[in-house]
Design a protein around this ligand. Structure first.
Ligand SMILES: O=C(O)[C@H](O)[C@@H](O)[C@H](O)[C@H](O)COP(=O)(O)O
Length: 241
C-alpha cells in the first residue's frame, strides 16, 4: 500500500481535532467547487470523538445546508438501537447540525432489501452516475476489517454492486456495507484509527503483503491513496521493520 498517507497524532484527542480540521477543509473545498459536500460517515466507536467535536467546534464553520450525509456501513438493527451506526452519528453530530440530507441504511429491514434500497438511493442521488463521494470516513477492526468488509466474507469479491448485505459468520450476523468499488471511487478516503488494539492489524495492512481477504482494509485503494489518521498507540507497531 505504497501510496497511503500516514499521519500519526500524539493522542486520540489530537487525532479527533485533526480529523475535524480535515473534514472542514474538504467540505469548504467541495462546496466551493461543486456546491455540495457528499460524505459517508464511519461506524463503530472511534469516530464518536471526531463527530462530537465537529458538532461542538465546527457547527458554524461548515455550511451544513450543503452537506449530504451517507453511511459506509450499518448493523442490521433499528435506528434507535445502541448498536446502530446511525444512532451513534445522530447522537454525536447529526442531531446538532442541519445537513441538507441524511441517508441512513435501513438496518431494520430485510438485509437484501435494505442493500438494494440503498443502492437505488445512491444512484438517484448521483443522477444515475457512479457515486463519487467527496469524503468517506472508515475505521478498522483488530481483524483488519473496514466498513463491514470482514475477512473472508462474500462482499469482498463483489464488484458489480454499490452496496450489499454481507453475512459475517464469526459475528453470527449480517451487515450492510458499501462495496470496495464505491469506496475506491471516492475523492478522499480517511481512516480514523486509535488504540493499541489496532496496532497489529495496522502493521499487516500497511507493512505486509498479506492477502487482502485476510486484511480487507488492504482493498481500499482510492486514487491518490487512502489517508490514515492514527494515534501513537495504534501506530506503535509500524516503526518495527
Ligand atoms: O459498524 C462498524 O463496526 C464499523 O463500521 C466498523 O468497520 C468499525 O469501523 C470497526 O469495527 C472499528 O470499530 P471501533 O471504532 O469501535 O473500534
Amino acid at each position: 500500500n505504497n501510496d497511503a498517507t500516514v499521519i500519526v497524532h500524539d493522542s486520540a484527542e489530537d487525532l479527533a481535532s485533526a480529523a475535524v480540521g480535515d473534514f472542514v477543509r474538504r467540505a469548504e473545498e467541495a462546496i466551493g467547487e461543486r456546491g455540495r459536500f457528499v460524505v459517508a460517515l464511519a461506524g463503530g466507536s472511534t469516530p464518536i470523538a471526531t463527530y462530537e467535536l465537529l458538532a461542538k467546534d465546527a457547527r458554524d464553520s461548515v455550511d451544513w445546508g450543503r452537506v449530504h450525509v451517507f453511511f459506509g456501513d450499518e448493523r442490521t438493527v433499528p435506528p434507535d438501537s445502541e448498536d446502530s451506526n446511525f444512532k451513534m452519528a445522530n447522537d454525536a453530530l447529526l442531531s446538532h447540525v442541519s445537513p441538507a440530507s441524511v441517508h441512513r441504511m435501513r438496518g431494520e429491514l430485510d438485509p437484501a432489501r435494505a442493500a438494494e434500497e440503498y443502492e437505488r438511493e445512491l444512484s438517484e442521488f448521483f443522477g444515475g452516475e457512479r457515486p463519487v463521494f467527496d469524503l468517506i470516513h472508515l475505521g478498522i477492526g483488530d481483524d483488519g476489517h473496514t466498513a463491514s468488509l470482514f475477512p473472508n466474507t462474500d462482499a469482498l469479491d463483489v464488484s458489480d454492486r454499490l452496496a450489499v448485505e454481507n453475512r459475517v459468520e464469526k459475528l453470527d450476523t449480517t451487515r450492510l456495507t458499501l462495496t470496495k468499488e464505491t469506496i475506491n471511487a471516492a475523492r478522499a478516503v480517511v481512516f480514523l484509527v486509535a488504540g493499541e488494539g489496532k496496532a497489529g492489524a495496522l502493521k499487516e495492512i500497511l507493512k505486509s503483503d498479506a492477502d487482502p481477504h485476510e486484511f480487507p482494509s488492504k482493498l481500499i485503494r482510492p486514487a491518490g491513496g487512502p489517508v490514515w489518521m492514527l494515534d501513537r498507540a495504534a501506530a506503535s507497531k509500524l516503526e518495527a521493520g
